[in-house]
Design a protein around this ligand. Sequence first.
Ligand code: FES
Length: 104
Amino acid sequence: MSGEWHDACAADALEEETIIGVMIAGRPVALFRVGGAPYALHDLCPHGQARLSDGFVDGDCVECPLHQGLVDIRNGRPRGAPVSTPTESYPARERNGRIEVQLP
Ligand code: FES
């Protein structure tokens, strides 16, 4: 995917098991850290109107707070019903103490 890299948050604020919801260029983005690496997903459950950033980290998945559907944090793929379609996933990186996200 090509696109612009955007500043998202301080790297040390993004810990394992935490989720940070931010608005980047008018787009809601949920930030995660799994196995030390940062990840970013569109911050809206593909099943309904819930924010994934209000959900819970369960291993390498995020559990939606509304109906407990599971989304893979690393690629946005559905991992548990009632979620059945992918969530948009954005490249994320750590640079100079900041988390950056690439948006299309
Ligand atoms: S809104 Fe997320 S599982 Fe239903």
